[in-house]
Ligand binder design. Structure first.
Ligand SMILES: [Zn+2]
Length: 112
């Protein structure tokens, strides 16, 4: 969370209108309802997985070692969760993370 996120008034988070995997599955491209396009590698998304298996629910401490996530990790499946999040299945078999729009937007840098 950046400084700017903290001082901005709380508004409904923008949601993505389109989620597309690169042909090899290593990158996710998102198009947002405000017209912004962002993308993130499968590796980064996996490293930031917010599920209880990767983050301690009580301390919020990440228990997943990011260094153990290989650079060639792929996303094999993208699924919408209601209208507020996406979930991914990764090529390492992990698929319990639910990524709300706000998290996805924070994780994926806008393309230039
Ligand atoms: Zn996880």
């Amino acid at each position: 969370m950046s400084f700017w996120d903290r001082i901005k008034p709380t508004t409904r988070p923008v949601s993505a209108t389109e989620a597309a995997l690169s042909p090899d599955g290593t990158r996710l491209d998102l198009t947002w309802e405000d017209g912004v396009k962002t993308s993130a590698s499968a590796q980064l998304l996996r490293q930031q997985c917010p599920c209880a298996g990767c983050v301690d629910e009580w301390t919020n401490k990440r228990t997943l070692d990011p260094a153990r996530v290989p650079a060639d990790l792929r996303i094999t499946q993208v699924q919408p969760v209601g209208n507020y999040a996406l979930s991914f299945v990764f090529s390492d078999g992990h698929g319990t993370g639910i990524y709300p729009w706000k998290l996805l937007r924070d994780l994926t840098p806008a393309q230039g």
